[in-house]
Design a protein around this ligand. Structure first.
Ligand SMILES: Nc1ncnc2c1ncn2[C@@H]1O[C@H](COP(=O)(O)OP(=O)(O)OP(=O)(O)O)[C@@H](O)[C@H]1O
Length: 270
């Protein structure tokens, strides 16, 4: 990745596509949630999917992590071209996800929630874990060390033992990001990471997303309605409207696109 200065703004360029979606079509009964959408996600970029409510953004993330199966099109990931993503293949090959509505274990501590993000990394079976001995103990220590690293990185040391249900909303969102990071993702899917946050919480979350991208080299695909945030942190923006792609480019290109202004940017939304 390099970052030449272009007209004062830093324009980053990226390597090969890490994920390719081609002509994706997904319907629910008579509703076409996604209609012939294609795009590429390049390694190391921060990509945003934007568009009005019901445009198909969450459905798109659900196709990427294998939660939904498109009826049309292909997804290419890790050299495999598939009609639909297999959820286990996605998770075990580094696609992690956060949700629009926080999906944490509310009664469990921050630390324990983050440890659940390590489950796919645990190679030793239940027998060894139960014995808490030998290879299983070593593995647990390694997993714990990685989680501690994530806790330090997200500056949540003070809430490590707090049940997440007792935390304010902004911190719960940060813990959810932490659990996804604990999976050591190659691609991180964030569904409205700033929804419901105040200005200060949004600034913190933006900073963490940029730092995750920078320090862990994680490719990020996010859905977000706050256009200030999207235009500030994204390298690449795809715009959906009624399930169709209406624009695909840099934030500047998308901001200047008349169809995008008419469908989304020019109207009020939250
Ligand atoms: N599981 C489902 N069953 C039936 N219809 C669905 C399902 N998931 C999504 N849809 C429909 O597909 C369309 C696209 O929804 P989707 O949630 O992907 O849009 P979105 O752009 O993420 O919207 P928002 O910004 O409101 O979250 C909508 O008409 C929605 O009602």
């Amino acid at each position: 990745m390099n970052a030449p200065e272009v007209g004062g703004a830093v324009q980053r360029t990226f390597g090969e596509p890490v994920l390719t979606l081609e002509n994706i079509g997904l319907g629910f009964g008579g509703v076409k949630a996604i209609d012939g959408v294609s795009f590429e996600v390049r390694r190391g970029e921060i990509m945003a999917i934007i568009g009005p409510n019901g445009a198909g953004k969450s459905s798109m993330l659900n196709c990427i992590n294998g939660f939904y199966k498109p009826q049309v099109g292909t997804i290419t990931f890790k050299g495999r071209t598939m009609p639909a993503m297999d959820p286990h293949f996605a998770a075990s090959n580094g696609i992690a996800r956060t949700f629009q509505n926080i999906a944490l274990f509310r009664g469990m501590s921050t630390l324990d929630n983050l440890m659940t993000g390590r489950v796919l990394k645990m190679k030793r079976g239940f027998f060894w874990q139960a014995l808490h001995w030998g290879p299983a103990q070593k593995e647990e220590l390694e997993n714990r060390a990685y989680v501690e690293h994530v806790i330090d990185f997200l500056e949540i040391q003070a809430i490590r033992r707090t049940p997440v249900g007792r935390l304010p909303y902004g911190l719960q969102k940060r813990v959810e990001l932490g659990r996804a990071l604990a999976m050591e993702p190659e691609i991180l899917l964030l569904d409205e990471p700033m929804a419901g946050m105040n200005v200060e919480e949004k600034q913190d979350m933006s900073r963490f997303i940029l730092e995750v991208n920078e320090e862990f080299g994680t490719t990020i695909v996010l859905i977000e309605h706050d256009m200030g945030v999207v235009m500030d942190i994204s390298d690449h923006v795809v715009v959906l409207d009624y399930g169709r792609k209406i624009a695909d480019g840099t934030p500047d290109e998308v901001r200047a696109n008349q169809q995008v202004i008419d469908a989304y940017l020019g109207v009020s939304h939250d």
